[in-house]
Design a protein around this ligand. Structure first.
Ligand code: ATP
Ligand code: MG
Length: 322
């Protein structure tokens, strides 16, 4: 059965890398693609960064592949994540053979809470001198994340990163809810304070496998891990909801290289592999991952990885492998 994937290339290198992911998906599966606008370009034209028809399409499709949005990113990606009712942001940070990495032994998946924390908080300006932020943590969102983590690890354990020794009420609640669910399900867990984690993951990333974190911590720590594995051009992510999901590279629009045809498409192609898996096409996902592994090992590689290849060269190599 043909499945429809909503596609939003967006701005900057999003427009260069999303087409590569589409041709890869086209090669491994029977998908139809419906393209919609979002981001700076459509904002300049219409005054709306996220047109209603785009949001509607995302709300109605199982899977969306998103590239990047520039200045308007917050007005695009936050509403889109809530449109798919995404409760977890899955961010694998994995080093690849053949790619220079600070820590080639890194292979960590971050499961980041995706609806609350400080990003759902209310900021207030109380006086000339004082601004405050209210942080939101619920049992229900923390437990939902933990349930996903328990299933995700398939019988293995996971690490919970938090700062409950200082934020006793909010991170304390998060910690307790996550640990409770894991205990109920018989899933082994380890705890780590998020600041200690930042040091430990640099010194010895191999000790971590799946790391569950609150929203802001997950954002920062997974970017840190990106630095360990060779940069933003490699890292995919998935925003998973109960019924729908949205897949996007971790990187943004990369204005410094946009338009030059040298963006690394691997982050977006790997996001497309996660999309295949979400739609139940595990074999297609595996084929894409294998092709990425082989092309990264043997080249061609884009300049961010020290190579001289164009986006199109990498696309051709991927399609050849497939
Ligand atoms: P935005 O505000 O859209 O996030 P940014 O300036 O933060 O833009 P990023 O896209 O986050 O840019 O990229 C940060 C750096 O990493 C840039 O130097 C960019 O060129 C590089 N980079 C990011 N993604 C890629 C990619 N896919 N291929 C090559 N280089 C990339
Ligand atoms: Mg950025």
């Amino acid at each position: 059965m043909t499945e429809t994937i909503t596609v939003i290339p967006g701005d900057g290198i999003g427009r260069e890398v999303v087409p590569v992911a589409i041709s890869v998906l086209d090669t491994v599966g029977d998908f139809e693609f419906e393209e919609y606008d979002a981001g700076d370009a459509v904002y300049e034209e219409t005054g709306e960064a996220l047109p209603a028809e785009t949001r509607q399409a995302v709300a109605e499709s199982d899977a969306t592949l998103f590239g990047a949005a520039g200045e308007t990113a917050a007005d695009v990606i936050l509403p889109l994540r809530s449109t798919v009712e995404s409760f977890v942001n899955v961010r694998p940070a994995r080093a690849y053979p053949g790619v220079d990495a600070l820590r080639p032994e890194t292979d960590i998946v971050f499961l980041r809470e995706n609806t609350e924390g400080v990003y759902a908080g209310h900021e207030d300006r109380l006086s000339e001198d004082l601004s405050t932020l209210t942080r939101v943590v619920t049992d229900s969102a923390s437990r939902r994340l933990a349930e996903f983590a328990c299933e995700y690890v398939e019988g293995e354990g996971f690490t919970v990163a938090h700062k409950a020794n200082v934020m006793r009420e909010t991170d304390g609640r998060f910690r307790e809810a996550v640990l409770d669910v894991a205990e109920e399900r018989g899933v082994p867990t380890e705890e780590v304070l998020m600041d200690a984690f930042a040091t430990q993951v640099c010194l010895d990333p191999a000790q971590y496998d799946v790391v569950v974190c609150p929203n802001l911590a997950g954002d920062v720590l997974s970017d840190l891990a990106a630095g360990l594995v060779g940069g933003l051009g490699l890292l995919p992510s998935a925003n998973i909801g109960e019924e729908r999901a949205l897949f996007e590279p971790v990187h943004g629009t990369a204005p410094d290289i946009a338009g030059e045809g040298v963006a690394n498409p691997v982050a977006t192609v790997s996001s497309a592999a996660m999309c295949c898996e979400f739609l139940g096409h595990d074999e297609a996902a595996e084929r894409v991952r294998q092709a990425v592994l082989e092309v990264l090992a043997d080249g061609p590689r884009t300049p961010d990885l020290g190579g001289e290849a164009t986006t199109e060269d990498v696309e051709r190599a991927l399609l050849d492998r497939l």
